[in-house]
Design a protein around this ligand. Structure first.
Ligand code: PLP
Length: 381
């Protein structure tokens, strides 16, 4: 049996057209975009083209995009940058409990530096309560950070409403759109977001490249100092092939957004339907918000089988899925996202994330459900 990859929320296979575009750049253009000669100008054109294409896809201006090394750097730049830029207004930050560690660990560092970080709770479906945010805003609140869609359970937040609240209160709003890019229509203006994080490798682009949207209304200090690249907001010689590959991946994802959504939604429904048929709806629990979700992420608990056992057994069957939990010293830590959702202990300890994408088929769904059924049978016996 061929291997089955259902961990697209972790990283995705590169689209062949992205690889082709990157190879074209890697074998054809090697100048430094800061050089004044023709080689440099060629390189600079690649950077500008990529920036223009990505900006157009997210309804932003090219000048508002800062290329980074990925989602982690974008999140760090947003948090550390916003905290430093607004220190005169205050040191109070509101960050959701279910953010990616790139946001949470940056927030923890800020707390160690004397910032007052308050964590926005979520309900059992993983949704933040806007009224809770409204009640906890203070005169010294400078930043709200709530992700568009969660990487473990797929829950999508009402970003427009949070953005409107932040704007009305003169608070900067950061949203992590790493999982949402390629799944939802990203509209910087409509969302009233000041900072938005993106990453290429979640949308069949290359690893190690991403971007941060920075609203023209705000000024963010740099984290990296050196050359004048990225309008002095992020120093370092540009990753030409990465930028071109990222732009190609965005172009492909955004031009087929509806088609992609329909296909992934179909796989999701098929997966849940088959689970219900084969193992019964009383043997699994769907985690996350079923009506406000990314199509490609399905988090399911099988209370009869612990996460680690299910993961290992699926791996032995050549099926790659994820737990959503960090692996520390050889054992799985329960996920901070599921814990924040206040799920029961057996649901927490048996959660598995399936995430679909390029190359997945209905036949693979059938195989995976069959294997889950036999693993549950085996473990119970
Ligand atoms: C929601 C979210 N934010 C940030 C990141 C980090 O992105 P990168 O892997 O590009 O550093 C990830 C990756 O898992 C993610 O899912």
């Amino acid at each position: 049996m061929n291997r089955i990859y259902m961990d697209h929320a972790a990283s995705t296979p590169m689209h062949p057209l992205v690889a082709e575009e990157m190879l074209r750049i890697m074998t054809g253009t090697f100048g430094n975009a800061s050089s004044v000669h023709a080689f440099g100008r060629d390189a600079k054109r690649i950077v500008s083209d990529a920036r223009e294409k990505i900006a157009a896809a997210i309804h932003a201006r090219p000048a508002d995009l800062v290329f980074t090394s990925g989602g982690t750097e974008s999140d760090n730049m947003a948090l550390f940058g916003a905290a430093a830029a607004r220190v005169d207004k205050g040191r109070h930050l509101l960050v959701s409990q279910i953010e990616h560690h790139a946001v949470l660990h940056a927030a923890e560092q800020l707390a160690e530096q004397g910032y007052d970080v308050e964590y926005i709770p979520v309900d059992t479906l993983g949704r933040v309560d806007i009224e809770w945010i409204r009640d906890h805003i203070r005169p010294d609140t400078t930043l709200i950070s709530v992700m568009v869609a969660n990487n473990e359970v797929g829950t999508v937040q009402d970003i427009e409403a949070i953005g409107a609240l932040a704007r009305e209160q003169d608070i900067w709003f950061h949203t992590d759109a790493v999982q949402a890019l390629g799944s939802l229509d990203i509209d910087c203006e409509k969302w009233k977001a000041d900072l938005i994080s993106f990453s290429a490798h979640k949308i069949n682009g290359p690893q190690g490249i991403g971007a941060l949207y920075v609203s023209p209304k705000i000024k963010l200090p740099a984290l990296l100092h050196g050359g004048n690249q990225e309008r002095k907001r992020r120093a370092g010689t540009e990753n030409l092939a990465g930028m071109a590959g990222f732009a190609k991946a965005v172009e492909l994802a955004v031009s087929s957004l509806d088609e992609r959504h329909a296909q992934l939604h179909h796989l999701r429904q098929e997966f849940l339907g088959k689970l219900e048929q084969r193992i019964g709806s009383d043997k699994f629990v769907l985690n996350g918000d079923p009506s406000h979700t990314l199509a490609h992420i399905v988090n399911v608990s099988f209370p009869a089988v612990g996460t680690e056992t299910m993961l290992m057994n699926l791996d032995m069957e050549r099926i790659a899925v994820a737990s959503g939990s960090a692996c520390t010293s050889g054992s799985l830590e329960t996920s901070h996202v599921l814990r924040a959702m206040n799920l029961s202990e057996n649901v927490l300890k048996s959660a598995i994330r399936f995430s679909f994408g390029l190359g997945n088929t209905s036949e693979e769904i059938e195989t995976v459900v069959q294997k889950i059924e036999s693993i549950i049978g085996r473990v119970r016996a």
